[in-house]
Design a binder for this molecule. Sequence first.
Ligand code: GUN
Length: 296
Amino acid sequence: MVAQIIDGKAFAAKMRDKIAAQVAALKADHGITPGLAVVLVGQDPASQVYVRSKGKQTVEVGMASFEHRLAADTSEAELLAVIDALNADPKIHGILVQLPLPDHLDSDLVINRIDPAKDVDGFHISNVGLLGTGQKAMVPCTPLGCLMMLRAHHGSLSGLHAVVVGRSNIVGKPMAQLLLGDSCTVTIAHSRTRNLAEICRSADILVAAVGRPEMIPGEWVKPGATVMDVGINRVADGAKTRLVGDVDFDSAAAVAGAITPVPGGVGPMTIACLLANTLTATCRANGLPEPEGLTV
Ligand code: GUN
């Protein structure tokens, strides 16, 4: 193996320490405790795991965590009423509605009901527009985490060719915007892209966010490239299951210059960035200077 492992778990732990110190200072100096509300509709097992983990880490950095677990058959009106109440509550600085929502609910309508200043996921249409035009936005957590690790590894990203495989609103599109903002040449590829292998092989930075287990083999990776694996896929392994990314780790690590592992790469950074966004939202809401090094 030649690639350097980019240790997202360690990076996220350092970020949480910084956040915890700033939360303590906010409390001591201003009597403010950042509050994050997470809304979960239904019983999707993966979502329940994420929500539990978010709640635990929120409390660990000294923030207040509020959980709203709603039945799978919650009506749109009921869910919108919960969001309206959170928008109006001064104890709440960040609101996250866990996706995916059950099919009978319109995610766009629900997300766009969140006060953009409390939209710590960065999914509200006005935050999407601010990011796309290079203005101060709430930035989606997974791409923000990737960008922070890429900056830490490379210093400047200027002029590098970044290929983002995946065009989701949660990862692919905002990732491309962030890389463009850092002066990369950006290609967005997806399941219909022709010559995908060739395009991936031209990448200095390859971001895999397709949600298909080990789809990208080492032969698609340019020697020395940096590979960010956003995939978290649970696959059968004999009687057990294990987590794998969208990249075939062993073959990719043999040619890449640097690579994020799964688990322990991008995943831990997503929650750390959610906490960072909650702290940023709290500072903005109170007219205080924004924390340094926690957003872009
Ligand atoms: N489901 C999977 N990833 C995410 C995320 O980053 N935010 C929300 N709200 N739901 C998700």
